[in-house]
Design a protein around this ligand. Structure first.
Ligand code: FES
Length: 111
């Protein structure tokens, strides 16, 4: 099973595993990772599963497209390698993927 490393804004790290075919968001929610609220349950409508994907995994995944790209446009904390983690499906190639949980800006109103 691929491992996923979640890095919190304070630098603390936690590593969890999830089966291939599950999303990074599934892995976060199943393990109670702080900062990944996933309010829409993976429907690609809420942006509360946003995180920044480290290299080389972001390049492996590629930039977001479609609804995901549209939603990310409205995320104030968006970075160049931001993704909605519900749209990142785990494969063997993503083993060890590092995702940075992003602190929501106070008053940004998302969610
Ligand atoms: Fe809502 Fe990913 S869980 S957009």
């Amino acid at each position: 099973m691929p491992k996923v490393v979640f890095v919190q804004p304070d630098g603390s790290r936690e590593t969890h595993q999830a089966p291939c075919g599950h999303s990074v968001m599934d892995c976060a929610v199943d393990n109670g990772v702080a900062g990944i609220a996933a309010q829409c349950g993976g429907g690609c409508t809420c942006s509360t599963c946003h995180a920044v994907v480290a290299e080389p995994w972001f390049s492996e995944l590629g930039a977001p497209v479609g609804d995901e790209a549209d939603i990310l446009e409205f995320v104030p904390e968006r970075r160049a390698s931001s993704r909605l983690t519900c749209q990142v499906v785990l494969t063997p190639k993503l083993d060890g993927i590092v995702v940075h949980v992003v602190e929501e800006e106070p008053g940004s109103g998302s969610g």
